[in-house]
Design a protein around this ligand. Structure first.
Ligand SMILES: [Zn+2]
Ligand SMILES: [Zn+2]
Length: 226
């Protein structure tokens, strides 16, 4: 396939619309055979619906049009993923949005148990429950009963016993290693990305634990936003 430098911008726009491949207009000036080859290869990968990787070079879910070289790199890194480029692009965008919506929703929940003095519904965030998150109407640290707190602690210990943590180096039976030192990147602190993001931390039964570890035992079903 030959792409003339003349009309390159129009052609680039067409390729982006049709194949979701981003070719930057500033490349017009130094358009050379190498880039043309990559464009051709990238279009082939998309058009033939070949599988590509879920995560980009930075280990995060990639979104939006990628450059021809990135398309090729994603193809080379496909591993056992079966989704093709445009499908995976849509899946990644959906997944990131679903996770964000789920987190936003979870953080907005309120305890709503009556305050001791006024009887008004408590506006604090409910305690985190494994597999549930912060559920409206469940007690906050002040209003949850001792029995409820004990249940939460038991649920955490049960998770800790059953599995190690994919986000930190804690083995089965060990508590999560939560970095406390300032100035370290998560990677320097020994953390590993799980599903394209650094592991989030929640207090479960009075002790911090990484969310991906909880989710190994209690998988989250993400509901679409209303
Ligand atoms: Zn409360
Ligand atoms: Zn952990």
């Amino acid at each position: 396939m030959e792409i003339a430098v003349n009309g390159f911008n129009r052609e680039a726009a067409r390729i982006e619309t049709e194949y979701g491949i981003a070719i930057y207009p500033e490349r017009v000036g130094n358009m050379h055979t190498d880039l043309a080859r990559y464009i051709e290869v990238a279009i082939g990968i998309v058009a033939r619906k070949l599988p590509v990787a879920v995560y980009g070079a930075d280990s995060r879910r990639w979104t939006g049009p990628q450059s021809p070289r990135q398309v090729f790199a994603l193809y080379e890194a496909a591993g056992d993923n079966t989704a093709d480029y445009l499908t995976q692009m849509a899946l990644n965008t959906e997944r990131i949005k679903a996770k964000k919506d789920d987190l936003d929703r979870s953080l907005k929940q309120k305890c709503l148990r009556p305050k001791t003095k006024t009887g008004e519904p408590c506006q604090m965030r409910p305690l985190y429950q494994a597999g549930v998150g912060h559920q409206e109407g469940f007690g906050c640290w002040r209003h949850a009963t001792d029995k409820e707190k004990l249940e939460l602690e038991k649920s955490r210990i049960s998770i800790e016993v059953k599995t190690g943590c994919p986000g930190c180096k804690a083995g089965p039976g060990e508590a999560c290693l939560i970095p406390t030192e300032d100035g370290l990147t998560p990677a320097q602190a020994g953390l590993t990305m799980v599903d394209g993001e650094w592991p989030r931390v929640r207090v479960l039964g009075g002790v911090e634990i990484h969310v991906p570890r909880i989710e190994l035992i209690h998988p989250r079903v993400l509901e679409p936003a209303e």
